[in-house]
Design a protein around this ligand. Structure first.
Ligand SMILES: [Zn+2]
Length: 69
C-alpha cells in the first residue's frame, strides 16, 4: 500500500506483509519497524502508527499516547 515517504514526502510503498518500506522517488528502504521508529522520531503526530503496530498485544489500543505524557 502507499504511505508517505518520511524522507522526500512522496509516495513510498509498504509491502503487504509490513516487512519493508521502499520509496521509488529517493533511496529510502527500511524495514517497517525501522520506518515506524524513523517517522515517530521525526514527526510525533505519526506516533499513532507506532501504536497500531505495537498495540495489538496490549489492552490499551486507543492510540492516544499523548495522554500518557
Ligand atoms: Zn522518498
Amino acid at each position: 500500500m502507499k504511505i508517505k515517504c518520511p524522507k522526500c514526502k512522496k509516495d513510498a510503498e509498504l509491502a503487504m506483509d509490513y516487512s519493508v518500506v521502499k520509496c521509488g522517488s529517493c533511496d529510502f528502504d527500511m524495514s517497517y519497524g525501522e520506518y515506524v521508529k524513523f517517522v515517530a522520531h521525526n514527526e510525533p503526530k505519526y506516533s499513532d502508527i507506532l501504536g497500531d503496530y505495537t498495540g495489538s498485544t496490549e489492552g490499551q489500543s486507543s492510540g492516544s499516547l499523548d495522554e500518557w505524557d
